[in-house]
Design a protein around this ligand. Structure first.
Ligand code: CTP
Ligand code: CA
Length: 226
């Protein structure tokens, strides 16, 4: 594979991708997170690189080697993810792809010391996290923005609703309740929605899904530039 691909569908494009889960600290030894493995995002980063793009990957904590030729910036919390994404987009970005499974809420405060157990029940106040994808898409100089939508029901309805609400160019929907697909799996099956069309991809490996997704984005990027 030619990592200096001057002829690929994303040749010369600057791409920023978020991937993996975020971790929201509760106290020095505990956090809120989710089952995201980061595999889909890392596959999209490698596919964008193979398509000729310069790729910056804003990554939550995952156990995946850094893809050759991709610049990785590691983050932990949703707030870190927004900050690092904004820095990367400020530096120049044609395409922003948000694959990260960002925690929607974080503990209102992080306890300085380990919380000791006491009563039979406890409540933990949570506050909303910033939405990296919506924030980037709302910029006046917004790049071509692509979001993911992991759903367990009414996939098409929720996905198209996210497309409109977040003002995205495309949303990649997957039904995470499908056995063997999505979270933590090596395989996936998705439907890509854009304002006037859709395409089903897979079931296939996340690498193959990412390659087709990048090709599809390439076609639409050119259309947007015409
Ligand atoms: N996203 C983000 N920052 C957040 C939440 C989500 O950048 N704080 C991005 C995800 O990376 C994904 C898209 O937004 O590309 C959709 O995420 P999802 O969790 O499906 O949507 P939400 O808007 O958070 O809605 P909900 O969880 O209620 O379905
Ligand atoms: Ca969410």
């Amino acid at each position: 594979i030619d990592h200096e691909n001057g002829h690929g569908p994303l040749a010369g494009k600057r791409v920023v991708i978020t991937a993996g889960p975020t971790r929201e600290p509760i106290d020095p030894v505990r956090y809120i997170s989710n089952h995201s493995s980061g595999k889909m995002g890392y596959a999209v980063a490698a596919a964008a690189r193979d398509a000729g793009a310069t790729v910056v990957l804003i990554s939550g904590p995952v156990n995946i080697p850094v893809p050759v030729g991709v610049e990785v910036r590691n983050v932990l919390t949703a707030e870190d993810m927004l900050r690092e994404s904004a820095v990367a987009v400020d530096a120049g970005c044609d395409l922003f792809v948000a694959t990260a499974a960002v925690a929607d809420y974080r503990p209102e405060t992080c306890a300085g010391d380990k919380i000791k157990k006491s009563s039979e029940q406890m409540s933990l106040p949570l506050v909303r996290n910033p939405d990296t994808l919506a924030t980037i898409a709302a910029r006046e100089d917004a790049p071509f923005t692509v979001g993911f939508a992991a759903e367990t029901s009414d996939v098409a309805r929720y996905a198209t609703e996210k497309l409109q609400r977040k003002k995205l160019k495309m949303v990649v929907a997957n039904d995470v309740s499908t056995p063997g697909m999505g979270f933590n799996s090596d395989n996936n099956v998705v439907t890509v929605f854009w304002p006037d069309g859709q395409e089903a991809i897979g079931p296939d490996s996340k690498q193959q899904i990412a390659a087709r997704l990048v090709a599809l984005i390439g076609e639409h990027l050119d259309r947007a530039a015409d």
